[in-house]
Design a protein around this ligand. Sequence first.
Ligand code: HPA
Length: 277
Amino acid sequence: MTADALSADWIRQRSPNFSPRVGIILGSGLGALADSIRPSAIYRYQEIPEFPRSHVAGHAGNLVLGDLGSVPVVAMQGRAHLYEGWSIDQSTLPVRTMARLGIELLIVSNASGGISSRFRSGQSVLIDHHVNLMFRSGISLSDARVGLATHGVPDRTASIYDPVWLERAEKEAIELGFSLPRGTYLGTLGPNYETRAEYRAFAKMGADMVGMSTVPETIVASQLGIPSLAFSIVTNVAKPDAPSKTEHSDVLEWSRNAQKQLIPLIERLLRKYFTDI
Ligand code: HPA
């Protein structure tokens, strides 16, 4: 049995009547969305077989199963990053596990450094493309053998960040009174923040934001045929010519502010597109 099958079976045995429709990965400072979920079960990552733990401040390490509005969701309060030493297979295992539980959409959030001059700290951005500088993809060719639906290696015409969900999110944000720009997210291994030279180089590569997560998760979801909707919260703005220090506490502070926009937005999207009213 594969590792993700083991963890999915463990969850199914404990929550046999629960079928989540949406999977949510809550990154730095965004864990509070989990407070809006009416939980039917909360599992610590360390109790779930094979599940990787996060050691980063602000990542609670809980898997929350419950209803957001009236939509059954499975939410990860925190993720395991590659820079913590997890392998690509370990860090993307939760996406495969949630796929086995039957999710139809993956919502991802992260904190990022802003590269585009369009952005200020606290800005929420919809990821519409990425540049993968993590030098690994998360694609597992062995998935075909374990019988999970697989779309193989995503081709260049397929969109990892689903255009339909991008439009829906933009539209609902406007209804809520704010605009959600789109941007290209560049993923690095971290854990260090960028040098001034790297910020300049990444801007030339077309990046609008830079961070240390998300890319492998959305690649794996796309391989499994699950659309991704990814939000990035710009927590510090790169100023290569007027450098300043980036503190993890500032990252958390800014992402807490952005939650005030993103939590109602996610609730609204689920209500509108996952209930039959
Ligand atoms: N760089 C990389 N990751 C980040 C940053 C940054 O400036 N800010 C928050 N996450």
